[in-house]
Design a protein around this ligand. Structure first.
Ligand code: ATP
Ligand code: MG
Length: 301
């Protein structure tokens, strides 16, 4: 990314992957192996661009924090081994840890199951001035729960509310929740890391064959793989129903990790630079105070 024009470049670079209206969205139109005009040989160029992006992000985040009005919520969803953790680690590497928080949502605890499903997530929505990252989110409620209806049965939702319309209703409620956040000054951006089935297999085998990666592999992951097509359908439906202008989805090609990191960085830069962030200005009275304080400091013996 050209550092001089980074905001503009980030916008046009991430645009092909942004979905703001799901009506015509089809997952099959999105190639997980896409790298635009980058080839494998351009990896060093991509790395350089990412470094420039990370720096630009750090500067924007500094303003977000100082201004203390907007919050930014980044939601990450993906099949296993799509690279969520790596994207989060790399893209956020330049950000001041004080202004950023990551929350991972696993299968709900019994306390969480005693509440509505948004409860545990809404408690973690970032405060003003912060960037919050959801590593999985309330979207699991229309993904894993939809693919495995027995999970829904265990959810303690009154039976009469479990109708055929439940997935549409959940999509609608999630959309409303995000609109509510937007109207409160929480900017929402959502990322689906789109990995192919072949690449997932390759990464699973790597996790099994490399001792340092063994810990990353769980047999549940290969079990979930058997439901690949059901997941793809659920993802497609979810994106169709919940992509909006205010809270767009990014369908990020994820077969090449270096490329997916670049797309996510660009999308986050674009999001932050859409906010017109600025360091708070001091007024005349504050200026006077600053001058007085300076005078006092300089007069110290
Ligand atoms: P890793 O990359 O380390 O595998 P992960 O996000 O897959 O990260 P895991 O602990 O392996 O983390 O898995 C979390 C599991 O919790 C996922 O299988 C996910 O589907 C499940 N989960 C998350 N939210 C819900 C939910 N609301 N209901 C049921 N299961 C859920
Ligand atoms: Mg996992």
């Amino acid at each position: 990314m050209d550092p001089k024009n980074i905001h503009k470049t980030a916008r046009s670079f991430s645009k092909p992957f942004r979905v703001t209206n799901g009506k015509k969205f089809r997952l099959k139109d999105h190639d997980p192996g896409e790298t635009l005009d980058f080839t494998g040989k351009d990896k060093p160029r991509a790395k350089e661009a990412l470094a420039a992006g990370v720096q630009a992000l750090a500067e924007l985040q500094g303003k977000l924090y100082a201004q203390d009005q907007w919050a930014v919520l980044l939601v990450f969803q993906a099949m296993d081994a799509a690279g969520k953790d790596g994207v989060i680690k790399h893209v956020m590497s330049g950000i001041n840890p004080q202004g950023c928080e990551v929350h991972s949502f696993k299968a709900p605890t019994s306390e969480e199951l005693d509440h509505d499903y948004l409860w545990r997530c809404s408690k973690r929505v970032p405060e003003r001035g912060r960037v919050g990252i959801f590593n999985r989110s309330y979207y699991e409620e229309v993904l894993v729960v939809r693919v495995h209806p027995q999970i829904l049965k265990k959810q303690k939702v009154p039976r009469e509310l479990l109708t055929k319309r439940i997935w549409d209703e959940r999509h609608e409620d999630i959309k409303s929740f995000e609109r509510y956040l937007g109207r409160n000054g929480v900017l929402v951006r959502k990322f689906f890391l789109n990995v192919s089935k072949e690449e997932q297999k390759k990464r699973f085998l790597e996790r099994i064959d490399t001792p340092e990666k063994n810990w990353k592999f769980s047999t549940t992951d290969s079990h979930e793989r058997k439901f690949w097509n059901d997941y793809q359908r659920a993802y497609e439906d979810m994106i169709r129903a919940t992509a909006t202008e205010e809270a767009p989805w990014y369908v990020v090609p994820a077969d090449h990790k270096w490329f997916s990191r670049l797309v996510v960085a660009a999308a986050v830069i674009d999001a932050l630079s859409s906010l017109d962030l600025a360091y708070p200005k001091v007024d005349a009275a504050q200026r006077k105070e600053l001058t007085a304080a300076k005078k006092e400091l300089l007069a110290e013996k």
